[in-house]
Each structure stands twice: as structure tokens, then as C-alpha cells.
Design a protein around this ligand. Sequence first.
Ligand SMILES: Nc1ncnc2c1ncn2[C@@H]1O[C@H](COP(=O)(O)OP(=O)(O)OP(=O)(O)O)[C@@H](O)[C@H]1O
Length: 263
Amino acid sequence: MAIEIKNASYAYPNGFMAVENISITIKEGERVAIVGQNGAGKTTAVKMMNGLNKPCAGDVIVDGINTKDQTTASISRMVGYVFQNPDDQIFNNSVKAEIEYMPRYFKLSEKEIEKRVNHAVELSGVEEYLDINPYDLPYPIRKFVAIAAVIASEPRYIILDEPTAGQDKFGLDILSSMITSLQNEGVAVLTITHDMEFAVNNFQRIVAMAHKNILADGTAKEIFWNEAVVADARIKKPQIGELAKMLSLEGEILFCDELVAKL
Ligand SMILES: Nc1ncnc2c1ncn2[C@@H]1O[C@H](COP(=O)(O)OP(=O)(O)OP(=O)(O)O)[C@@H](O)[C@H]1O
């Protein structure tokens, strides 16, 4: 089971080619962070994974099914996409209605709907807001409402577009434990992020994009200690790595415990 993008390109209706001939495979249960400069094509690429964008060349195969042969609605049952801006996604007038919308759309039993809502609410920490209109909640909480709504549809792959924007330490901790729980359930979690700390601390595989394509794909050390990739993708080394570089410490240090051990 995997998402396979095979030599795929995508052009917007105005003719602008935003992603050109990319190939990547995301296996079930993986954690992958996609990083890279603004406009590199990250959002365009992940929207190909859930059928929002159908490639104009090449193929995108989700668990053996070509997205070209399916509606976006049926692909998004397998690959859930949480929009960067929750306001592009939320449209119900209570948090509970938003989270149970997809399970109801799937015509699941009341028992199954309740189970899914409880699970999504528990992972995203929104239990105290269930009866509130999402638009009366602050932006960081609305982001968790949008995430919960996607979790409740139980996709095998979840894409989080810039989930840390606006989050404080409390929100970051909820995100980390949520990602771990999802992975333990066999769900692959992908993120697009400009937060390099979040990327190295939560994702084993980092994909750097630049110039409409994939520049590098590897572990955090392989990406962030490759100075050519860091420069070309216009990403920043995480702070610990930056400090280790300034101190000329050997060992491609990226994590706090490595730094402490070295010092
Ligand atoms: N609807 C659209 N029509 C035309 N061009 C678009 C459209 N959406 C995005 N683009 C262009 O496609 C390119 C890639 O955009 P995309 O949003 O995929 O980049 P990104 O890597 O996700 O950037 P960011 O980090 O800023 O979100 C950009 O040059 C952008 O201006």
C-alpha cells in the first residue's frame, strides 16, 4: 500500500506549470515532511496525492488506484488533506457538526459516527469546544478542528499543510502526540512545513523541494547537513544544527541530546 507519484506534472488552468516530472513514493505508516522555498510546488504536489490536482502528465497511484480514474471525493477518502487555512475547509456551525460531517456523508451507523468523532476529538484535543461555532474559536483551535474533521473520515494517509502556523508549545505537543498515535494506527502522516524544528523532531523522512521538483529525499541529517540542498531549497538548518555548525562540532548534530553529549 502506497501513494506513488510517477513522473507527474501539474499545470494550473492559466497554463503555469507548478510541478514538473516528479516521482515519489509514500508508504503506509510513514512520516514525511516536505520542506522548501515558497512557490517550490509543495502544495501543488500534495494536492496531486489526494486527487484535488489531477496530473497533466504522468500518474498518481493511491493504493493501486490511478487518481485519473476516480473522483476527488473517492480519493480523498483514502488521502485526507488538511488545508493550510482552516477557513478554507470549515463550513459547519458547530465543532461537532464539522467533525461528524464526513462520517455522516459516508452514511455510517450512529455508533460508528460516535466512535470516530470521539477518537478524532481525543487526538486533536478539541473536546471542550464541541458545541461552539468554529468561527467563535481562535485560529490555532480552528486548525485542530479542521484536523479532527479529516481524522474522523479515517483516511490511510493524512496530509497536514503548515500545521504549526500560529501554534504555541501546547499546540505543538498535541500535534506531536497526535502524529505518533496516527502512525501507531498505521496511518501515514505527511506535512508541508516551514518549521524546521517541527520537521526534524517529528518526521523521519524529509523531502526538500525546489524549482518545481524534488531536490533531495532522506533523513534529517542527509538533508540539513547537505549545504548545497539547504542553500538550493532555501531552508534553514534547525537551531541546534546551526549552533553545532557555528561551534564547528563534528558529527552532523541536529538534536539537543547529541549536542549535550558532544559538549
Ligand atoms: N491557482 C493557481 N494558479 C496559477 N498558479 C498557481 C496557483 N496556485 C499556485 N500557483 C503557483 O504555483 C507555484 C507553486 O505553488 P505552491 O503553492 O504549490 O508552492 P508551495 O511550495 O506550496 O509554496 P508555499 O510554501 O508558499 O505554500 C507558485 O509559483 C504559485 O504562484
